[in-house]
Structures are given as C-alpha cells and as structure tokens.
Design a protein around this ligand. Structure first.
Ligand code: B12
Ligand code: SF4
Length: 637
C-alpha cells in the first residue's frame, strides 16, 4: 500500500549509490568553495553521491533495507504517522556507512550495493515487498536500526517475517548495546532473536560495516558482533546522511546528526554513559561544516544535534565558531536544537555562541528540583540554586527552553510532585516542560542494580518508553504513580499557565508562534493522542493488519468505523486546542501592557546569599558543596 504523502521509501527508485561522478556532484553541491580541508570536501561529495541513478545491468546487486522500527500502542498497533516529528540519526548514521561501503566497493568492483531506508514512525513497512526486492537483487539483508528497548518487540516481529523468508537480519541499537554492556548474560528477548536466526550487533558501526557486509555476502554472518569495548574515534567518522526524500517525511524538513558522543557525568538512570562512554568523542569543525553544506545542498537547514550533552562536547567552541561563520559570513540560515546540562551557563561564551550559531531551542536536563532526588540519582551536577540564572541566560539570548522532568524518584509522592510543579510554574522561566517516569532502562545502572537484586520489573520491553511504570516505587502504588504522570501534564499545561509562558516569551522577544506551536504539541500529544510528545507526529496511522504478534486482526467492519470515529474525535480536539492558543496569542499581541509583564521567574535574584524562594524550600536538603547557599536560609521555613 502506498503511503499517503508519497510512495513508501522502498518503492522509490532508490539507489544504486555512488554513480554520480565526483566532479558532477561538486557542480551540483552549491557553495562547496570555502571548505577547510580536502577530507571535508570529499565527504560532502560522498553524501551527495547518494542521489538515485538507474541500476547498471553489468553489476551484481546487493540490496540493503534499513528499517528504524517504531513500537506498539496499548491496542497493539504500530505508533506511526503521516509525518513524524524528529528525524532518526541512527538511521542516517547507518545509511551513511552503507553509502560509503558502496563507494569503496567493499564487496568487489562488480558489486553495486543498493540501499533503501525507512523510519517506521512515518512509513508503513511492507515486509513482503522488501523480501521480493532482496530476492530479485539476488542477495542482501535487512538491518533493524537504532532499536531501543521499547522497540525491541516490534523489531522481533519484523525480523521474524524476514527470517521466515530466509533473509539475513541484523539488529543494532541501544537495547542490544545496553544489555551487552551491563548484564551478566543475554536477557530472554535477545536470546529469542538469536533463536530466530537474527544477528545482534552491539557497539558502534563506524569502521565495522565493511566486515559485516562481507560476512553477509559470503553467507558467514555471525550471531553476535560485540564491539562494546572499542569505541570508534569520531574525528574521522563517516557522516550521517539521509536523502531529502526521507528527511521530508519529518515535519519541517530537518535532520539530525551527532557532533559528538559520550558524557562525563554519572546519572544512575542514564544508559548513554554505559554505551557511548564518559569520554567526549567529537567531530571536527571541518566535518560539521561538510555535514551542514551537504544537507543545505538538499535544502535542509534545520538540525537536531543528538549529542546528549553538547555543553560537554570538548570541541563545542570550534564547532559553534564555524557555524557562526557559515551563518554570518556565508549566509546559511542554520537552525539548531541542542541538548545541554544545567551547568552550561558557567562555560564562558557557550550560550551566546550557541545562539549566534542558530540555536533556536535548547533542551535542558533539569530532571527534578528536589536536591535529595538529584543526589540519589547521582545527578550531582544539577545545582538547583543556579537553575534560574541558567534559564534566564538562555532567554536573554532569545532561545526557547524545553526541559525534562522525571517523576518517581524514591522520595517523590503525589503531594511533593504537585508542589514541585507549581513551584516550577511560578519561579522558573521554562517554556516547555515534558514529563517522564523514572524508568530502569536496560543499559542503565538502575536497571543493572534491580536486575542483580532480582527486583521484579515489567517483562514487556514495549513498555520501556518512559511513559509506563516498569518497576515498583517505595512510596507510590502503580496506580497512584500513573495518576501522578497524567496529572503532571494537566497541571503544567493549564490554559492559564500556557498564557503565562506566552507572556514571558513576548517580553523576552521569543516568537509567540514558536511557543504556541510547541505548547500545542506538548499539551496535546499526551492528552489527545495518548503518546509522549517525543513520539508525536502529524495524523496518526493504524494499519489494521499490522498488529502486535499474537493479537487478533480486527474485522474491517468494526475496525474502519472505529478509526473514522477516532480520527474525527481527535481532529476536533486538536482544532479546539489550536484555536484556544491562537486566541491567547492574539490577546497578548494586542495588549498594550504586555511588554511590561513581569513575574517571579523573570526577576533576577541579587545580593550575597540571596536565594530563590524555591531554593529555600529545599535548603535543608542541599548538600553543603562549594557554592551552595548557606543552610541558615532554611531556618525561616
Ligand atoms: C535522537 C534520539 C531520539 C530521537 C530519534 C531517535 C533516533 N534513534 O535517532 C527521538 C526524539 C525520536 C527519540 C525518541 C525516544 N527516545 Co531517544 N534518543 C535519541 C538519542 C539522544 C540519540 C540517538 C542517536 O542518534 N545516537 C547515535 C547513534 C549513531 O547511535 P545508535 O543509535 O546507538 O547507533 C549506533 C550503534 O548502535 C550501531 N547500530 C545501530 N543500529 C544498527 C543496526 C545495524 C544493522 C548495525 C550493524 C549497527 C547498528 O551503529 C550506530 C552507529 O554507530 C539517544 C541517546 C544516544 N546518545 O544515542 C536517545 C535514546 C536512544 N532514546 C531513548 C528513549 C528511551 C527514547 C524514547 C522512548 C523517549 C520518549 N519517551 O520519548 C523515545 C522513543 C520513541 C521513538 N519513536 O523513537 C533511550 C533508549 C534507551 C534504551 N535502553 O532503549 C536513549 C538511549 C536515551 C536514554 N534516555 O537513555 N530519541
Ligand atoms: S547528564 Fe544526561 S547524558 Fe550525561 S550522564 Fe546525566 S543523563 Fe546521561
């Protein structure tokens, strides 16, 4: 079935790759002049060489299908959309590596590697068509890419179908890598994959793809590839790249890439440090420039930097300086979304340079405002008494602020969480707040500890999406924790508070339409679509026949009327939400007093030992580390 909004990616006359001669490509890629190094120039050529051309009949074909699986909703339907909201860098990384392997003719001079790719969040996967194409090519494999724990059951269901047809399948991503890094033995789901004849790839694929393709081509695919103890250098790493056809399936046509990997901190709920390491590995400014230029040549100018903590990328300054030059000297209209930690404001010039480099929105890992919870999770770097100063610094640079908040640290109760959210609304100038359950994600220290202690955890990996309770809480029942999660969204996204967010933005010179759009998605995706905003897309799709393995296929006479009703209902609710926020925006824009709006969150706390009101609430729980406010502050409370 053709996807609405364009043919599914594997129907697009995709690849062979690398048929465009370098000189021709150079002519096509506008503005290549100005590259700092030959390497950067050549890599941009390689990326551009992925434009489709007709297959050469003289060459043997090896067909690769890359699928970034989604996961299932509570009814067992795949969570997918006509347009998804965030591009998959994992897919772009593997796509780039395969393109490079074709360029390097790693399977021999007479073998053309053809690659198709799709993100299941925005594309319906048709296994039978893929099987036919791989068979018609005479060989190839299916790669299940960037598979997170919550996507592993879906990946297995897809892999099962390809294996039944005898097609080689390899799964990589955080679930395989995280479990391999932290657990003493493979968990049951990874064993099930091996039983199905699916190969597991743990670790990063840079520098290893040629070996894998050669093994498959020779019929010698190994069950497990484990590179966890050998993290590749990013300075020479291949570029992530997706052709525009794939990038345009994302709202706003933007793409993602990692300017670096690894984070020095030690948060116990984090998987990243155990998979990508605590040492900063980073791309060069030349390579980042080349990635930007290769995408710009495809008309893509918006980028999500997937570095979990760009502030700790040791090459941040050289990278930002180069982006500033591209914007200010060469006229590139770059827009960036960055992820940073709460201490980034202490790095001289970081915020100012980020803004000049095109950072329009920043995601801050706030996580919690209770120092006890932060210490318990080893998030010692989060100093709540500096939160407001840090947030105000971003606002001064006219950057919209998104923050994540984790619900369910051991001392949290429904009452403390309700209190904390009200404090945040009143005192911290955050635009968008998103909530997560504290989840023992496979690959994290928390998961390992619970696993080793034999604490019962949800055996269904589909639920490890930070929207489900997966482990017991010492003070809250499952039901009360679930209610806390639902209430948190409702409590933050009241109309009254959304209007406050808009008023603050208006004063700080942040575009109201940006705030209104983001608030619409973040308040509506959970309440209207029942999914976390990070999984959100435009117009939900449910394919009747693609239900979770083992669940019954619903009769069309029941399914389609239900879907029609569902779509009308959600459409009306979205329309009403958009209308309400639009009215708010108009009201503020026409209010002559709007420019002089002020509240506690926008005020600067001045004076020696002066603290925010909320810091005083927690003062007796703040560890007496260097720079912490003195404890006496709590005496009055
Ligand atoms: C960008 C991102 C997203 C994006 C896009 C997804 C993507 N994968 O690109 C969005 C916002 C959609 C997203 C959403 C979510 N994410 Co996310 N996301 C990330 C982030 C920050 C970067 C991903 C990335 O690009 N990594 C770099 C790539 C290159 O690494 P990689 O995926 O591991 O791939 C390498 C290897 O694994 C290997 N490999 C991977 N696949 C394959 C396949 C084959 C065949 C081979 C040979 C090799 C191979 O080679 C690759 C190149 O070296 C990671 C954290 C991180 N640092 O990775 C979290 C992360 C992957 N996300 C995570 C989670 C939990 C989520 C959400 C559930 C959260 C939520 N409630 O919204 C949702 C899931 C919904 C969904 N539909 O995806 C967790 C997963 C943990 C786990 N145990 O599964 C991570 C690790 C962050 C964390 N909190 O710990 N995410
Ligand atoms: S700061 Fe973020 S990326 Fe770094 S260890 Fe903590 S959760 Fe992980």
């Amino acid at each position: 079935m053709a996807a609405i909004g364009g043919a599914p990616v594997w129907l697009v006359p995709g690849l062979p790759l690398g048929k465009v001669r370098a000189a021709e490509v150079l002519a096509q890629v506008g503005g290549l002049v100005g590259f700092r190094s030959k390497a950067a120039r050549e890599r941009a050529v390689l990326r551009s060489a992925t434009r489709p051309t007709a297959p050469d009949p003289a060459l043997r074909r090896f067909r690769v299908m890359l699928i970034k699986p989604s996961h299932y909703d509570a009814d067992g339907y795949v969570i997918q959309w006509h347009r998804s909201s965030i591009p998959a860098n994992s897919l772009a990384s593997i796509y780039g590596l395969i393109a490079e392997c074709n360029e390097d003719k790693v399977l021999g001079p007479d073998v053309e590697i053809e690659v198709d790719a799709c993100d299941e969040c925005n594309t319906i996967v048709r296994p039978n068509r893929i099987i036919r194409k791989i068979r018609a090519a005479g060989g190839g494999f299916v790669g299940l890419i960037g598979v997170q724990s919550n996507q592993f059951p879906r990946a297995l269901d897809l892999g099962r179908q390809f294996r039944a047809a005898g097609i080689p399948v390899v799964i990589g991503g955080f679930h395989v890598s995280g479990c391999t890094a932290m657990l003493p033995e493979l968990p049951d789901d990874l064993k099930e994959a091996l039983d199905l004849g699916i190969s597991l790839f743990a670790g990063e694929a840079e520098g290893r793809m040629a070996q894998l393709l050669q093994d498959i081509d020779r019929g010698e695919l190994k069950p497990i590839y484990n590179y966890m103890h050998d993290l590749p250098d990013m300075a020479a790493a291949t570029f992530p790249f997706l052709p525009k056809k794939l990038a345009s399936k994302v709202v706003g046509t933007y793409t993602s890439f990692d300017a670096g990997r690894g984070c020095p901190f030690q948060c116990s709920f984090c998987t990243i440090i155990n998979v990508q390491g605590r040492k900063s590995r980073y791309r060069t400014a030349d390579d980042v420039e080349a990635i930007i230029r290769a995408n710009a040549a495809e008309g893509i100018k918006r980028f999500f930097l997937t570095d979990d903590n760009f502030a700790r990328n040791k090459n941040w300054e050289a990278i930002l300086d180069r982006l500033i030059e591209l914007r200010e000297v060469h006229g590139f209209q770059i827009r960036l979304l960055l992820q940073v930690d709460t201490l980034c404001h202490r790095i001289p010039g970081f915020i100012e340079k980020s803004a000049r480099a095109g950072c329009a929105a920043v995601f801050v890992g706030l996580e919690n405002i209770n120092p006890e919870s932060l210490m318990g999770a080893k998030k010692r770097q989060n100093k709540i008494w500096e939160y407001r100063e840090m947030l105000q610094a971003w606002r001064k640079a006219k950057v919209m602020i998104w923050a994540g908040y984790i619900l369910g640290f051991p001392t949290d109760t429904p009452e403390t969480i309700a209190r904390d959210i009200e404090i945040i609304k009143r005192e911290l100038p955050i635009d968008i707040l998103e909530f997560f359950f504290l989840t023992p994600l496979p690959g994290s220290e928390d998961h390992k500890n619970l696993y080793l202690k034999g604490v019962p955890m949800d055996p269904d990996m589909n639920n490890y999406d930070l929207e489900h309770v997966c482990a017991p809480h010492p003070l809250m029942s499952k039901e009360s924790w679930e209610k806390v999660y639902r209430d948190a969204w409702d409590r933050y996204y009241t109309d009254e508070h959304v209007e406050t967010i808009m008023r603050r933005a208006f004063v700080n010179g942040i575009h109201l339409s940006k705030i209104a759009n983001a608030a619409t998605v973040f308040s509506g995706s959970n309440s209207i679509e029942g999914v976390h905003p990070l999984q959100f897309g435009i117009v939900r799709r449910k394919v009747r026949t693609q239900r979770r393995y083992g669940m019954p296929i619903v009769n069309p006479l029941v399914f389609y009327p239900w879907r029609a009703f569902d779509m009308v209902k959600t459409g009306v609710r979205w329309g009403w939400l958009v209308l309400r926020y639009r009215r708010m925006r108009m009201r503020i824009q026409s209010d002559p007093q709007a420019r002089s709006y002020i509240d506690a969150s926008l005020r600067t706390v001045v004076g020696a030992n002066a603290t925010d009101e909320f810091v005083q609430v927690y003062a007796d729980r703040i560890p007496q580390t260097h720079g912490a406010p003195i404890r006496q502050a709590a005496a009055a409370h």
